[in-house]
Write a new protein. Sequence first.
Length: 413
Amino acid sequence: MDTLHADHGREDLCNIQLSGLDVSEPTRFQDDSIWPYFERLRREDPVHYCQDSPYGPYWSITKYRDIIAVDTNHKVFSSEQGVTIVDVPAEHLPPSFIKMAPPKHGEQRGTVSPIVAPENLAKLESLIRCRVRAILHGLPRNETFNWVDKVSIELTTQMLATLFDFPFEDRRLLSYWSDVAISTPKEGHTIDSWDKRSAVLSECLDYFARLWSDRINAEPRLDLISMMAHSPATRNMDSREFLGNLILLIVGGNDTTRNSISGGLLFMNQNPSELRKLRDNPMLVSSAVSEIIRYQTPIAHMRRDASADIIIGDKQIRKGDKVVMWYISGNRDDEIIENANSFVIDRKNVRQHLSFGFGIHRCVGRHLAELQLKILWEGMLNGRLKVKIVGEPVRVASNFVRGYSVIPVQIVA
């Protein structure tokens, strides 16, 4: 964590009464000054009610055990109104299986989950290794380039194109649609209204509708569109539900991996002793991947709405209340994770993190995300590739996806 930003955050924090503390401000995630705010909530008010925010009133759940209590109780904590703190207008909120309750949730999730089953991951592994070698070999030498664009986005869009059997030459559309889908319209930005956001996502729907038409009239194959087209649980979806599930799969397949690839390079540069540890013992790569995903926490929060009165911690949450699980905070809870603010690639219980969620909505593609990161780091270690960050990373202004748009780097001899 940048000390200057952390000190600035603490200075601001001293002037804020606990009752007025709102951790949802996106700029604090963009400038990486959010940490003292979560530290205070974990210490003083781990189940915290914010009455006044740009997103309306909401509860912040900031400690590890409380987050799991919410995440694993889908009967009381519903995702039907959305999974982000933003209240998306109903006409712009298409249904998807992450917003559904059983049994429909399980039926639709079960339709796509075979694509990330162990036997299929084994088939994908050699393809990922080949692509990683090509990407790393093709990186510029003796010049500055953007790691996010050349590596993080490139590897994940290639993988998404394979999972969808999407035209490879158009794969960058997938990251574009993902970015639009997670954006909140803001005046002065490219996406400045919900209507404009929906218009772009309608282009996504039109493109995939053509692929659906081809797949439904062909023999079933092991790609996501074909699987949905031929499954009884999904083949009769209307266009809104199809779009909702497309967005879910695109964002889920893009953001966790993409931003952990970016964050991992940053953390290794910030912690050279951990990088030396990994170079000296490449067998630590799987452990390092888990620590990267914990430390990055690429999805900062998930939102639920209480469908009944319930007590979490010592607080009474009422039916209808918005509840936000801050995974980014729970992953720094030192009651559960020793020395949680430090990046330690060989820590005990390294897989004990919240980044993939828990319960019925746990990330379906988590093992594929880990596999891509593992193969990338193995490729960098085997190739003795030394990548140095040569400028300030540019983070995304989002309280939902914790990500980067630019990490300037050079490959050094």
